[in-house]
Design a protein around this ligand. Structure first.
Ligand code: PYC
Length: 413
């Protein structure tokens, strides 16, 4: 081993391949342009290249790779949704996540922790039972447990009935997991770029080129680019970019704040959510308590942090986790959640031929990264809406065939 290390480590012939293969120049023509170099855009490019053999792709971003909501989420992965459509979709995502470190040859630090959705009211218990039944029916591991079982599994939680909102029980979802969000984006970028996909940060799209009702390219701050197909994956800016293409999305963009504490030794293994108390929390691999609460009560395109959020969050958090009183907040930030009327995403075909949309992720974009990339790649490559994405098509808002998923939200709204 030491000999091999010396032989390969010091020999310039065995240098590591670069992580990312950059192409400084933009070409004037690509088969596909993807707007947005976050996890979803990069994953779509990766699967287009690796599963459909399409590599003449440019992924454009006005800022830097993986810098939008991919860098601003709280990395929770789960499939314990409410609707059969949502459960089937996120189940496939969990399956893809489980093999992702190997697929992308990068350690995404996938860590199964178990996920509690606490219930403090009879109505919340009823929703928990409903979700458990739908989950089990579709092969997703979820069950309703009582307060004693919550205390047994998560001894650090305060399950006393001497609080304002005692815990009655929980929806328990053992596969609930965390992963390193940057590594997911970098892994997809690395895999796509190794196959010839170009990623161009610092390239803002300022217009969509059309011939009749077909998209044929984009105008950017670095010039005009022609493309056979164009896809947008720009969480937080979805309606602004679709407006450039000439159609409206039923989306309201709302800030979602989060924060982390200073790091401490491992104390909380599980992911804990309380919709009634408007809090969710997990402990990251480096020991920080990662926390969030409700969305801000106003639409806004600004990722500012507020004291009001932190005060409200902590008031409830201390009731559940009294040990937190000793911890200091280290960082606070916000992402921009594109909320749809039914709390489900919008994916697939649009009224513009050759133009595809991946949007409306609200508060669950990160956990959908692999499945969305996989299925959007299929959609863009074939020009058809894959079966798994049919319920999430934009035209459901014309046919009123909605996929009401609000009951599965971790975040208060
Ligand atoms: O869907 O689990 C979730 C979640 C937590 C924070 C934002 N989304």
């Amino acid at each position: 081993m030491p000999f091999a290390l010396l032989k390969y480590g010091l020999n310039p012939r065995h240098r590591d391949a670069p992580q990312f293969r950059w192409h400084p120049e933009l070409k004037r023509n690509y088969d596909i342009v993807i707007i947005g170099a976050g996890g979803h855009g990069l994953a779509t490019a990766y699967y287009l290249a690796s599963r459909h053999g399409i590599t003449n792709i440019a992924v454009l971003d006005k800022a830097w790779m993986g810098g939008g909501n991919t860098a601003r989420n709280t990395t929770i992965i789960r499939a314990n949704y409410l609707t059969p459509e949502g459960v089937a979709f996120y189940k496939e995502s969990v399956e893809l996540f489980r093999g992702l470190s190997e697929e992308l040859d990068i350690n995404i630090m996938y860590s199964e922790r178990g996920h509690f959705t606490l219930a403090h009211t009879d109505a919340a218990m009823r929703t928990a039972r409903w979700r458990a039944e739908v989950n089990k029916h579709l092969g997703v591991d979820s069950e309703v447990i009582d307060a004693d079982e919550v205390a047994r599994l998560c001894p650090v939680m305060n399950v006393s009935d001497k609080v304002r909102y005692p815990i009655l029980g929980a929806l328990y979802h053992p596969p609930g997991a965390l992963a390193r969000h940057d590594a997911v984006a970098w892994g997809y970028a690395k895999g796509a770029m190794a196959r010839g996909v170009e990623v161009h940060p610092g390239t803002e799209v300022t217009g969509i080129l059309k011939e009749g009702d077909r998209a044929v390219g984009v105008e950017t701050t670095r010039g005009t680019i022609y493309a056979g197909k164009v896809m947008q994956a720009v969480a937080g800016s979805s309606s602004r970019v679709s407006a450039l293409a000439g159609f409206r999305l039923p989306i309201k963009t709302i800030p979602l704040q989060a924060c982390v504490s200073e790091p401490v030794k491992p104390i909380l293994d599980q992911i804990v959510v309380s919709g009634s108390l408007h809090v969710y929390i997990s402990q990251s691999a480096r020991g920080e308590m990662v926390m969030g609460g409700a969305t801000d009560p106003y639409g806004l395109y600004s990722a500012r942090s507020t004291l009001d959020f932190k005060e409200g969050l902590m008031a409830h958090m201390l009731e559940l986790f009294p040990f937190m009183a000793e911890l200091r907040v280290l960082r606070q930030w916000a992402g921009l959640a594109d909320m749809t009327p039914d709390f489900s995403p919008i994916m697939g075909l649009t009224p513009i031929r050759g133009y595809y949309v991946d949007s409306g992720w609200g508060t669950w974009g990160f956990k959908a990264t692999p499945v969305c990339g996989f299925r959007m790649a299929e959609c863009v490559a074939t020009g058809r809406q894959p079966d798994l994405l049919k319920p999430f098509a934009l035209d459901r808002f014309h046919s009123f065939d909605l996929v009401g998923e609000k009951g599965a939200a971790s975040v208060g709204h």
